[in-house]
Design a protein around this ligand. Structure first.
Ligand code: BGP
Length: 482
């Protein structure tokens, strides 16, 4: 069992969770800047994620605070990236996934020309990556639409946002395309349905009609934008590759009762809706039908069907953290996981945040996706959020993280052995950062520890955890030494 030569290894980041410097370099505010962290007595009780009424957003934007809005400070990657890239290179990374903050290039999303300071920042970042031998994989949109568009147009609900996003993408392709050959359009595009504010800048109180309808409208607009920028990239850089990005939530029936199986099938139909559109080029008719029965209509305009059909993505990327279990029994025990609530799977352990750890599920997901679409796959997020302890000897011993990755890698390699075409693996996240769902840094993912607590105290210094040296060895051996 072996991975192909040239298999890409690395890590994944998102601008809004690492950069900080929220008001530097001419950057405009994004929805992530109003994500709050409020400590609670019981750490298992989730922090309130966003202030997202018009009044509270407006008040939040007038407030300079970076303590209770941790995504505004991130881990100061904006200034410290050379040091971080050096550490990634030391681990042997060949690929690093980063995202470009839309509001660094277009502070309100509506300017006609890009902010040159923002362009210069990303140019410097990609040049430094090239210098240390790490290839960028770049997400155009990762949970940070401009807040101005949210307040003005309800973000992606308004069709005009497509044009604005095209303008932003054109700048990215034109200015960075000589250094960036792998792109992703929207991070976890399906997230629009679970968290419409974070993904789409949708302020629920201002939505006319149902939020579900608004979310599918916004999702459709992102599909159209994705196909349109795929076409644009191919015109500008024919050799470049572009992928979609899905939250892979493989779902098991809780029992072999046919009703549980049917419910699981219905769930998966909506899961695959996004890849059907972005990779296969059309909405699946059964999913459209199911949406229709939920009162949702997709706002097609002339040309959409052809655009989607003619410009599918080159590869499918996904995040994988857990699997879900479905039951029709209302009394089945539920477990919180990410922003979705599923039935507890008695065969799996969960992290403190309720995420059910399932290495075999990764193999099942890879096989399932490859079998459905026959397109190359890329694992662009996978990892374990845990509270790490900095010991007196100045080290972090994290055998649990090594064990997590080892078990996932075994399954990944087995899937490749079974014939899955896998382009690479980038972990979430190679360095501790601000968690998307809880805004905490203490839900730590990294191979590199960042000396910062949930309120921003600490030196910000970087420190190699035990898992750093283990991952380094895995990469050097291309996965043979686990
Ligand atoms: C995915 C997001 C990432 C990331 C990760 C871990 O959903 O794409 O941005 O944060 O999940 O989630 P969390 O930070 O909530 O633990």
């Amino acid at each position: 069992m072996a991975l192909p030569k040239g298999f890409r290894w690395g890590g994944a980041l998102a601008a809004n969770q690492v950069e900080g410097a929220w008001r530097e370099g001419g950057r405009g505010p994004a929805v992530s800047d109003v994500a709050t962290y409020k400590p609670k007595a019981d750490p298992k009780e989730y922090a309130l994620h966003h202030v997202n009424t018009v009044a509270s957003i407006t008040a939040a934007l007038e407030d300079d605070d970076t303590v209770y809005y941790p995504k505004r400070r991130g881990i100061d990657f904006y200034h410290r990236y050379p040091e971080d890239l050096a550490l990634f290179a030391e681990m042997g990374f060949t690929t690093l996934r980063v995202s470009i903050a839309w509001t660094r290039l277009y502070p309100t999303g509506e300017e006609l020309e890009p902010n040159e300071e923002g362009v210069a920042y990303y140019l410097a970042l990609f040049e430094e990556m090239q210098r240390v031998g790490i290839e960028p994989l770049v997400t155009l949109s990762h949970y940070d639409p401009p807040i101005a568009l949210a307040l003005k147009h309800n973000g992606w609900v308004e069709r005009r946002t497509i044009e604005l996003f095209e303008r932003f993408s054109r700048t990215c392709f034109e200015r960075f395309g000589h250094l960036v050959k792998m792109w992703l359009t929207f991070n976890e595009i399906d997230g629009m349905i679970r968290h419409p504010f974070t993904s789409g800048g949708i302020i629920e109180e201002t939505v006319e009609g149902s939020v579900l309808q608004a979310s599918y409208t916004a999702l459709h607009h992102q599909f159209v934008a994705s196909a349109s920028v795929t076409r644009m990239l191919k015109e500008l850089w024919p050799e470049a590759q572009i992928g979609c990005m899905l939250t892979m939530l493989t779902t098991y029936p809780n029992t072999c009762h046919p009703d549980d199986v049917a419910a699981t099938q219905a769930k998966e139909r909506l899961l695959y809706l996004c890849t059907d559109v972005q990779a296969a080029g059309a909405y699946p008719s059964l999913a459209l039908n199911a949406l229709g029965r939920m009162g949702v209509e997709i706002p097609f305009v002339e040309g959409d069907v052809e655009l989607l059909r003619e410009h599918p993505v080159d590869f499918i990327s996904f995040s994988y953290y857990m699997t879900m279990t479905e039951s029709v029994n209302p009394d089945a025990e539920r477990t919180p996981g990410n922003t979705v609530l599923g039935v507890k799977n008695p065969f799996l352990e969960s992290s403190e945040w309720g995420w059910q750890i399932d290495p075999v599920g990764l193999r099942i997901s890879l096989i399932d996706l490859y079998d459905r679409y026959n397109k190359p796959l890329f694992i662009v997020e996978n990892g374990l959020g845990m509270r790490d302890e900095l010991t007196d000897d100045g080290k972090v011993h994290d055998p649990y993280r090594i064990d997590y990755f080892r078990r996932h890698f075994e399954q990944m390699i087995q899937a490749v052995d079974e014939g899955v075409d896998l382009m690479g693996y980038v972990s979430w996240a190679p360095i501790d950062l601000i968690s998307a769902s809880s805004s905490q840094i203490s839900k730590r993912y990294g191979f590199i520890y960042v000396d910062q607590d949930d309120l921003g105290n600490g030196s910000g210094d970087r420190l190699r955890k035990d898992s750093f040296f283990w991952y380094q060895k895995v990469i050097a051996s291309n996965g043979t030494d686990l």
